[in-house]
Structures are given as structure tokens and as C-alpha cells.
Design a protein around this ligand. Sequence first.
Ligand code: FAD
Length: 405
Amino acid sequence: METFDHVIVGGGVVGASIAYHLACKGAGKILLLERNDLASAASSRAAGLVLQSSTKFSKTPLAKLTVDTIPALEEELGESVGYHQVGSLRIATSEGRATELDAMAHDASKWDIPVHWPNTTEVGNMVPWLDTSTVHKTVFLPTDGYIDPYLLTMFYIRAARARGVVVRPRTDVRDVLVSKQEVSGVMTDTGQIACGTVIDACGAWAAVFSERVGFPLPMAPVRSHYWITEPSETYGGDHPVTILPDVAAYTRPEVGGLILGVQESRSVTFDARELPDDPAVFSPTKGEEHWDVLIDAYEGLAQFFPTIKSAQFSSYICGLSSYTPDGEIILGPVPGVSGFYAAAGACGSGITLSAGMGDVITDLILGLQPAFDVGPFRPDRFGRIDPFCEPFRARCAAARASKSR
Ligand SMILES: Cc1cc2nc3c(=O)[nH]c(=O)nc-3n(C[C@H](O)[C@H](O)[C@H](O)COP(=O)(O)OP(=O)(O)OC[C@H]3O[C@@H](n4cnc5c(N)ncnc54)[C@H](O)[C@@H]3O)c2cc1C
């Protein structure tokens, strides 16, 4: 039988980053298993925003680590991943929201993330299509930006492989083998593999996978989506990412046009047990209903985006993000079975947090002290719950609705 020290299940950005970080710390023989193609689920559908600051301060150092890791990956592979470090502008229209920006900026500064306060004229110059007449205060983080999420995942994979990690797509992990309350291996569709550690990086399916060791993770798959305009003279140009928390929306440049993301007040959620194994055969949006969501958002958006009704939206991308009720990620050992770890529930920020999640879980597995406080991320912080029932999923959708990026 094949034997590895660590088996990572899930070949999205989180699993890929864990493989890379374990290899960087010389953790022994590492195997990554993915049942479909690598990065074929959420990690290829993301808008790719890399935002280091949010109202969840626990995540800031993890996000900063991703910005710091990108150049290291590029150096290892001798190639650019194409990180568009255009910065992010976060806009407040009220005193309450301005107070939130102050707190976020203070937290970012603590981690040496550069912060600027542009005036309204400067904001107008940075984003010419934006109506700044109701802007009260704006913070600019110049080292934020956006990245191709598929490419970033493949950079982690390539760098991990170069360091000896074995990566096997098209391998379904069907069970976790446990002996005397300790992980002893996994059962795949091609046979048994012995290992001492299993890391659940199964994205939207992570609670279904962890249920095999008797502890379904406290998270739910929630629909996330965005629209893309045709290339246009109005929206083209490498503007900063623009965060509009007052209308729960964001924009970023996309090949001469614009991506527009809108958080719904009640996002659609799913019972993870009913999702097909292959995300290619599943869409969280049925038919053309998403145009109604966009039209419902027009009124609020027009405050910043006066030309929205004439914008030519030509594409729509949707997928599943995994949310927890408190908006914090899930990272750490799962109770009940020694050697089983979870890295999931990224709350719509798995690209941004990828290096931080990989680094922290590596430290926890190797018995090292993580550089950051991981208390808020504990998988058992809600006790034993049923993550598949409607009331729990509604709490996860509410966390998404109230997310202030
Ligand atoms: C529309 C949209 C926009 C987003 N925008 C952003 C953004 O701008 N910035 C940001 O930071 N984040 C964003 N996100 C969130 C981000 O995409 C996710 O947080 C991130 O991709 C999660 O990565 P993952 O590796 O955990 O999951 P995934 O990429 O979903 O990977 C999990 C993998 O596990 C595999 N798997 C599951 N079960 C098994 C099994 N039993 N055996 C083998 N393999 C298994 C699956 O096939 C899948 O490939 C967005 C998400 C969506 C949907």
C-alpha cells in the first residue's frame, strides 16, 4: 500500500496552498487528491479580488501573507502570475461607515499594510466613471488588487510539485480510515492509501467530507456571483478595485470592461449533501433569474454608477462560496479523531486568504505555534450542529449579506 505523511483532499486554491506550505516546511511525503480537474470548482470562478482589510480583523494577517507570498511563488517558478496591484478604494457615504473605515485602516496599519486617505477629487481621478457627490470618506490600500484565481492555484500546485508533492487529479476520496480514534489513511476510488494526517480542503463539500469522521463542519454553500460588461471607453483602464459597502457591491477592471459583484440581502443556500460531485454539471442560478437580482440593485448602485442602466453587461459568472454563521473561516483540528484537519469555510475570501490558510494549517499540523491568533477559526466553536438544515444555512446566508469586504 502507498504511504504518505499527509493527504490533502481538494485541489482548489486552499488545498494547493496547503500542499505548497507543507512542502516549504519540509513536512515529509505529501499527496494532494482532487476528484475532478484541479481548480475546477470555486477557485476558477472567483472574481480574484485580493483585499487585505475587512471588518473581520482576525483575517488581516492571513490576507497579507498572500500578497507577500505571490512574489515568492513568482521567484520560485521564474514567471509572473500577473497580480494586478491596482490597489483598492473603499468608500463610505455616512459617518457610521467612515468609523468602520477608520477601524479597518487602523488594523491594516498594525500589520504594516500601507493605507492612504485620498480626497474626493483624487478618488474621481482614480475611478472616472464613479459619481463622488455622496462620498463622505475613502480609504485606499495600494497593495491590494486582483489576480487570475485559476493561475494562482496552478502556481501553488507547480511550486508544490517542484518541491516533491504528488498531485493526483481525477481521484475521488470516498472515506477516511480511522484506527483507535486516529487517522490511518483514506479510501479512494482506486484503492487505499495510508497516512497520518488528512486535511479536508473540499470547499463547498467540506462538511460532507468531515461528516465521515462524525463532525460535519459548521458551514454552508452560498451562491456568489458577478456580472461583466463589454469592453468600453467609460469603464476601461486599470482602475483600483472599488468597494461600495453601503450598497453591498464591488467593481474591478476586466479586459477593458468592468466586473460588478453584488451581495444579495438573502443569498440562495444549498444542502451540501445534495450537490453533485462535479461542479461542471451544476449551476446555483436557474435560467436568467440573475438579471432580476441586478435590476433590483440598480437603484442603490446608481448613486455611484449613474450610467449603470446603459452599461452593456454581457457575461454572468456564479458559483458556490462557503460561509459560516460568524463570517470567520474554519481552520484547525477537527474534534474526535486525531490527525484530521479542516481548512474550509473561506467566506468568499479563499483567494485572498489562500497563503495564510496554508501557512497556519501547516503550523498546526506540525505542532508549531502559528504566528497569528487562530482562536476565531476553531472548527468546534459552534459545538455540534447540523450544517445541512435550513435554519443553520439561513444564518450562513445572513453572514454573507452583512459581509463588509
Ligand atoms: C462567484 C465567486 C466570486 C468569488 N470572488 C472571490 C474574490 O474575489 N476573492 C476571494 O478571495 N474569493 C472569492 N471567492 C471565494 C473563493 O473562490 C473561494 O473561497 C475559494 O476558491 C475556495 O477554495 P477551496 O480550495 O476551498 O474550494 P474549491 O475551489 O471549491 O475546491 C474544493 C475542491 O475539493 C474537491 N473535492 C471535494 N470533495 C472531494 C473528495 N471527496 N475527493 C476529492 N476531491 C474533493 C472539489 O472537487 C473541489 O475541486 C469567490 C467565489 C465565487 C463563487
